[in-house]
Design a protein around this ligand. Structure first.
Ligand code: G3P
Length: 217
């Protein structure tokens, strides 16, 4: 399972990268705004800075909602760095743009996916990644993990190569459940990654090992 971090915060990206377990980064306009990165030039520069920090794919989202605009923005984003993945909204023109970019060999991430039907369309359009937002489904009392299971079954039935990128992951149990269901990738906040480290028996055990070592020295 690949681990992506879902943030535009450079320190958090660096912290995850330094652990040696990071496979990529996802961003969106809200995450950019949260870091105070505004204006096209600054946003473009920030994507390059993120690419310099990590080894893997970096999803950069278009703002346009029409095909021509998405192609224009997506091409500019893809030119920034070879790690950039063009992130497109799950609407009709987004699917058209996804097909356009996949035919050209440019990596794509279909975002704002909330149904198996949308995920099927994304795979048909050749998306590199499909991003079902599990946390936002949970927010409206709908089982986000069930969507991961449905997409896994559909993609396996037809051997689609599109990778299931579980997004809107909020906590460690989302990560573990997505891994059990066979999601190819998860993207979540730093806490959903570092939280996997925690177990009280580890802390108690380490404390005892160190205390016993001191007794003997
Ligand atoms: O990866 C998608 C993500 O940024 C949305 O997460 O927590 O805002 O639903 P959230």
């Amino acid at each position: 399972m690949k681990f992506f971090i879902d943030t535009a915060n450079l320190e958090q990206i660096k912290e995850a990268q330094d652990m040696g377990i990071l496979d990529g980064v996802t961003t969106n306009p809200s995450l950019m705004a949260k870091e105070g990165i505004t204006g096209t030039d600054n946003i473009m520069k920030h994507y390059v800075n993120i690419c310099k920090l990590v080894d893997g794919d970096v999803s950069a989202e278009v703002i346009a909602t029409d095909f021509d605009g998405m192609v224009r923005e997506g091409e500019a984003l893809a030119e920034l760095h070879d790690q950039i993945v063009v992130k497109l909204p799950m609407i009709k023109d987004g699917i058209k743009a996804c097909k356009y970019f996949s035919d050209k060999g440019v990596k794509t991430n279909m975002t704002l996916v909330f149904s198996a039907g949308q995920a099927l369309l994304a795979a048909k359009a050749g998306a590199t990644y499909v991003s079902p937002f599990i946390g936002r489904l949970d927010d409206i009392s709908t089982d986000g993990l069930n969507l991961i299971a449905e997409i896994r079954m559909i993609y396996d039935n037809y051997e689609f190569e599109t990778e299931i990128l579980a997004a809107s992951v909020r906590h460690t149990m989302h990560v573990i459940d997505c891994a059990k269901l066979g999601a190819d990738v998860m993207t979540g906040p730093l806490s959903s990654i570092t939280g996997l480290l925690n177990h009280p028996l580890t802390d108690i055990g380490l404390e005892k090992f160190l205390a016993d070592f001191k007794k003997g020295n």
